[in-house]
Write a new protein. Structure first.
Length: 312
């Protein structure tokens, strides 16, 4: 194991140990911040399975989060919570499989717009159904303890990280990268592009559905519009861009950076939050297109002796 990989491994283990120990030593606010970080890790790593690997930038991944949350809420105290959360993941995967073939036929800005349109269609369809039934919102009684929610989210964040790590190193991941680089050439060479895209889409939907189901129990007051908020997708994209790379390390850096920055800005400059976020994204897109992961790699290269840099 080289020094770089050893540093990443030790840093990851230290961070994981700190997050796991947080409920035992932190107050509710600190645990809540940790829960938010874990949620964004799970969502961003899952989004990267599709969008970072294939180049199909999804602006509608919040639909899986929202569907998962909605399923848990409508089955509240009728189905055991563990089964409801698993069902939320299956529902998200089934929906991804259903809409995947038509949606993934388009690329570039058309896919971005279509993915956003699908999420908004689902949101307003559910809101219309709720309004027709006379249900504007729902109140959840008997929600699990914060520590239970926290460790469930930690398991999902770990699962999403392992999933992206496996995909990025697998033959499946190499096939997805070929789509990102040149989809026509990949198809000419016999790469099963339709199957790969659809599988990546479904895999990227499962964990966000379960995350939505878990986070629905965090608040006792449920409103459909909140769980289908487009800002969830936008924040995930921002974290992925800031983190950079197409493996699990980049999104982790982006999530930690932006989640902690968000907490600081919301506390000190809430009105300037979106302005500052936009400025940060412009800087990363124009100056640091490879994100924090690329910046870290550049720093490691610069720190090597000149003869080591020249070595193959």
């Amino acid at each position: 194991m080289n020094a770089s990989r050893r540093a990443w491994t030790l840093g990851g283990l230290a961070g994981a140990a700190a997050l796991l120990a947080l409920p035992a030593f932190g107050n509710d606010y600190v645990v809540g911040v940790g829960l938010t970080v874990l949620m964004w890790i799970a969502l961003t790593q899952s989004w990267c399975v599709l969008s970072k690997m294939t180049g199909y930038v999804s602006l509608g991944h919040v639909v899986f989060y929202g569907l998962g949350a909605y399923l848990v809420v409508v089955t509240w105290q009728q189905v055991p919570l563990a089964f409801a959360v698993l069902g939320a993941g299956l529902l998200a995967a089934a929906f991804a499989a259903l809409v995947g073939l038509p949606v993934l036929r388009v690329r570039g800005p058309y896919f971005v717009i279509l993915s956003f349109g699908v999420s908004e269609l689902v949101k307003f369809s559910i809101m219309a159904a709720e309004s027709a039934s006379g249900t504007a919102s729902r109140i959840l009684f008997g929600a699990p303890d914060l520590s239970v929610i926290y460790y469930a989210m930690a398991a999902l964040a770990l699962a999403a990280t392992l999933l992206l790590g496996w995909v990025s190193r697998s033959r499946f991941g190499h096939g997805l990268r070929s789509l990102r680089e040149n989809e026509e050439a990949a198809e000419t060479l016999g790469v099963p592009i339709v199957r790969l895209k659809l599988l990546a889409f479904v895999l990227s939907a499962v964990i966000p559905g379960m995350v939505g189901g878990v986070m629905a129990t965090r608040s006792t007051y449920f409103v459909v519009g909140q769980v289908f908020d487009p800002m969830v997708s936008i924040t995930v994209i921002a974290m992925a861009i800031i983190g950079g790379g197409d493996d699990a390390k980049g999104p982790l850096l982006g999530v930690v950076f932006l989640a902690l920055l968000s907490e600081l800005l919301w506390a000190r400059a809430p009105l300037l939050y979106m302005v500052i976020l936009g400025a940060i994204l412009i800087v990363f897109v124009l100056v640091l297109p490879n994100g924090l992961a690329g910046l870290a790699a550049r720093g490691r290269t610069a720190a090597r002796p000149p003869d080591a840099r020249a070595a193959p």
